[in-house]
Design a protein around this ligand. Sequence first.
Ligand code: URA
Length: 421
Amino acid sequence: HTAVDVIRAKRDGDRLTDAQIDWVVDAYTRGVVADEQMSALAMAIFLNGMDSAETARWTHAMINSGEKLTLDVGRPTVDKHSTGGVGDKITLPLAPLVAACGAAVPQLSGRGLGHTGGTLDKLEAIPGWRAQLSVDEVVAQLRSVGAVICAATSGLAPADKKLYALRDVTGTVEAIPLIASSIMSKKIAEGAEALVLDVKVGSGAFMKSLDQARALATALVSIGVDHGLRVSALLTDMSVPLGRAVGNAVEVAESIEVLRGGGPSDVVDLTVALAEEMLSRAGISASPREVLASGEAYETWARMIRAQGGDPDAPLPLARHEHVVTAPADGYLTKLDAYAVGVAAWRLGAGRARKEDPVQPGAGILCLAKPGDRLAEGQPLLLLRTDTPDAIPAALDSLSGGYDIGPAAPAATPLIIDTIR
Ligand code: URA
């Protein structure tokens, strides 16, 4: 094979053979195929697509580029992946809840980039908590606690690490076969037997339209089935932030409320729905809503945090400066745009602009009202928190046009739109 032959084949609309895919992914990982060649191939794939068999083989090749974990932990293993959203802290209550129901949950997570938050950034707001674990530590904690949320070990799908960075700078991220193989290569290499995908739809999501989200969900499930995984996908709304808290420490605090039996109903409902789906994939019958109410999920959370060096009882950091946005008129909140709130929280310091930037653990936004709530003029609508008050004007700028007040309550939009199995 040569890189140019593979590029020409895809450029001209041909299917890539298994042998071509195996070769090009491996050669790129080893540096034999150059970045400019892989850029051209990624663009050809972006323009001409890959069918489901090519995508499955591409995923297979990316898994084979690195190590594959074997999680022999004495209970069924099941994981969740969200395509990312604003206020999406669901992993935090979900992993300990599903573990408290009897499964083992290896939740290898990432950091935030741009307007969507990262699970590891959120948990690092907890004093002492450590994201970096060895494979042995992951396995030991799955045995003793049942849940681990930690950074992916660098040996998983190295081809994807390289390719994702390249796609990021060549305008080739938004191709469904490339997104689906990227996500699934990491999840399959992680070694869980079952997986539930939360594919987000709406302004705050990667996929803005239902058609795109459904196509991605179908591609993800198809790759999983092809690799012998028990897999399904929920399509869920991301046009409004999830819950009230958007940021790092503020999202940990809201997750703890949920684990203690309270918290916003959308966060509770999505946590329970995903837990039910995960347990069903794992072949465990349990009632997550009851387990959440019993306090057992909170106990598992506290053990999980302690096992990684964190103090579950320590006060969470709070940013030094506050700014309140008030309702400009009497009426119902008819819109609270997830993307606008996500970008504003990011500008306040909750997120990072470049990979190497730090995040402010105490920065973020509390949504004091959600669509459908009735407000009086001057009533607090959003509470902004930051350590860098110079960022407040930019955050307010992002929020302008992101909310509306109207005379009538908006039609309720369903949180869970569909399930794909
Ligand atoms: N997330 C990933 O892990 N990969 C993609 O390609 C897009 C989102």
